[in-house]
Ligand binder design. Structure first.
Ligand SMILES: CC1=C(/C=C/C(C)=C/C=C/C(C)=C/C=C/C=C(C)/C=C/C=O)C(C)(C)CCC1
Ligand SMILES: [Fe+2]
Length: 516
């Protein structure tokens, strides 16, 4: 049975490493099909996406004693190959395995994230600007065949053709003449036509089997072929809900696709649902923002079995910044601590808001999971929602500029983060709480790129997997297993490795949450 590990892959930005968690002893090599010939040995632990993508890179040659794979050294700096563009648009080959991939691990694992950070000799500024690279790992009979391919978004094609950026990316803004010439008159600014469709934040498999790559613009929903990784075409929403943006990480199961559509005109969010086999989103309900002047950034959001949780973070969208010609300190966003922070809870079936509470200020991009807390009689008393929380500090966005990622000099510059646990009472109290779910030193005070056993989505759960930190560092450099019951973390780290978002695959027949 072909098994696709892709239903809710958020992987996104990924530290661009293809690293299979819990397989510390596997070595693989690249046996190339197609354009590249030859066979290479690489240790999977040290394998960066650039390595996967480019068997021609010198870094996959056996390391010299002075040189760990994945990093190059000059006198004072380490330059990690992980933060450089893939050198070709597509590649496919078998990876040689040393050690053993469990035989039950069978199927295709798709990931998507930025992989190309330059056009001609112009280098992009930010990790999130990169043009999307889709990566496929096929596991079968203990063997591993990999491939990658650029997503042919309009933005990517236009950039290649014109040798310059033609659409507004995360931090990059094309020079006025570029995009006005490319997309037409000034009205395109306001219609969103100048915004990118560079689908670089994730890939989801819909209940009907279609595989869609996403970004934060609705127009950046792109259907791909999971076998060939070819771009099939735009995913066109057939409803008339309008708006320009949506959450980068919808909740996707075999039954539904749930997402949030921020309303930048009348500050709020539409909570919408799409059934498999359709392209039509239907409104479940609407949340009006309680703090102004615009909705908070909803890169992701969590759900429980019966509720959708809508976060209202004081890091808010800024329509002016979306249209500005010059880069701004917080890109398309602004930090408004005076507007306060809120969490709203909507019933999935009725669309009614059952709680709307003020919470401490927070900064999060990735929610981990949420569940309903019950009393002894089985009544739901509160919603618990967990996220990777950056201590209500937006500095992490700046740290993820490529220049910062590429220039580690031994200084500990990764801002602290924690597992933020919200408790949202359902008894009508006006306030919710936000605390660390475990002592952040357990995971080196680094925390992002989280995942869970997908069978526990929306349910009470004990374990999460993420990237933490072994300091000093400039990006989250450990693979971490979090145990919320024991309040402990188990960390794996190896110098020179760039772990990416772990993905949990349950072992067939498993009864324990962490058996996989
Ligand atoms: C927001 C708009 C856009 C694009 C947004 C994009 C591409 C956002 C990507 C955000 C990601 C990948 C966030 C990941 C965060 C990871 C963190 C904080 C890791 C921390 C580690 O310590 C446009 C599409 C450009 C235009 C509309 C607005
Ligand atoms: Fe993300």
């Amino acid at each position: 049975m072909a098994f696709t590990f892709s239903p809710s892959i958020r992987n996104s930005i990924s530290w661009p490493t293809m690293l299979v968690p819990d397989m510390p002893d596997i070595n693989i090599s690249l046996r190339n099909k197609g354009i590249y010939k030859g066979k290479r040995n690489i240790n999977l632990r040290d394998l960066t996406k650039a390595n996967v993508a480019s068997p021609s890179l010198p870094l996959i040659a056996p390391p010299t004693p002075e040189e760990r794979p994945g990093i190059t050294h000059d006198c004072h700096h380490h330059h990690h190959v992980a933060w450089t563009s893939i050198p070709q648009e597509r590649w496919e080959g078998e990876l040689q395995v040393q050690g053993q991939i469990p035989l039950w691990l069978e199927g295709t694992y798709l990931r998507n994230g930025p992989g190309m950070w330059h056009i001609g000799d112009y280098n992009f500024r930010h990790l999130f600007d990169g043009y999307a690279t889709l990566v496929r790992l096929g596991f079968r009979n203990g063997r591993l065949v990999a491939g990658h391919r650029q997503i042919e978004s309009e933005a990517y094609r236009a950039a290649k053709k014109n040798k310059k950026i033609c659409y507004r990316e995360f931090s990059e803004v094309p020079k006025a003449a570029n995009f006005l010439a490319y997309v037409g008159e000034l009205a395109s600014l306001f219609s969103g036509a100048s915004l990118t469709d560079n689908a670089n934040t994730g890939v989801v498999k819909l209940g009907d089997g279609r595989v869609v790559c996403l970004t934060e613009t609705q127009k950046g929903s792109i259907v791909i072929d999971p076998e060939t990784l070819e771009t099939v075409g735009k995913f066109e929403y057939s409803d008339s809900l309008g708006g320009l943006i949506h959450s980068a990480h919808p909740i996707v199961t075999d039954e539904e696709f749930l997402t949030l559509l921020p309303d930048l005109v009348r500050a709020g969010y539409l909570v919408v649902r799409m059934e498999p086999g359709t392209n039509e989103r239907r409104v479940i309900g609407r949340v009006n923002c309680r703090g102004g002047p615009a909705p908070g950034w909803v890169h992701s959001f969590p759900v429980t079995q019966h509720y959708v949780v809508v976060p209202e973070m004081p890091l808010r969208y800024c329509a002016q910044n979306l249209l500005k010609a010059e880069p701004t300190p917080l890109y398309k966003f602004e930090w408004h601590p005076e507007s306060r922070a809120f969490m709203h809870v909507m019933c999935k079936t009725s669309g009614k808001i059952v709680a709307s509470v003020e919470v401490p200020l927070f900064v999060t991009f990735h929610f981990i999971n949420a569940y309903e807390e019950q009393d002894e009689d089985g009544r739901v008393t509160a919603i618990i929602a967990d996220c990777c929380e950056h201590n209500s500090d937006t500095t992490i966005l700046d740290r993820l500029r490529l220049q910062n990622l590429r220039s580690f000099n031994g200084e500990d510059v990764l801002p602290d983060a924690r597992v933020g646990r919200f408790r949202i009472p359902l008894d009508g109290s006006p306030y919710g709480t936000l605390d660390a779910a475990l002592e952040p030193n357990e995971h080196g005070r680094g925390m992002d790129m989280c995942s869970i056993n997908p069978n526990y989505l929306g349910k009470k759960y004990r374990y999460a997997y993420a990237c933490g930190a072994q300091r000093p560092c400039n990006f989250p450099n450990t693979l971490t297993k979090l145990d919320f019951e024991l309040k402990k973390a188990k960390n794996w780290h190896e110098e020179g490795a760039v772990p990416s978002e772990p993905f949990f695959v349950a072992r067939p027949g498993a009864t324990e949450e962490d058996d996989g």
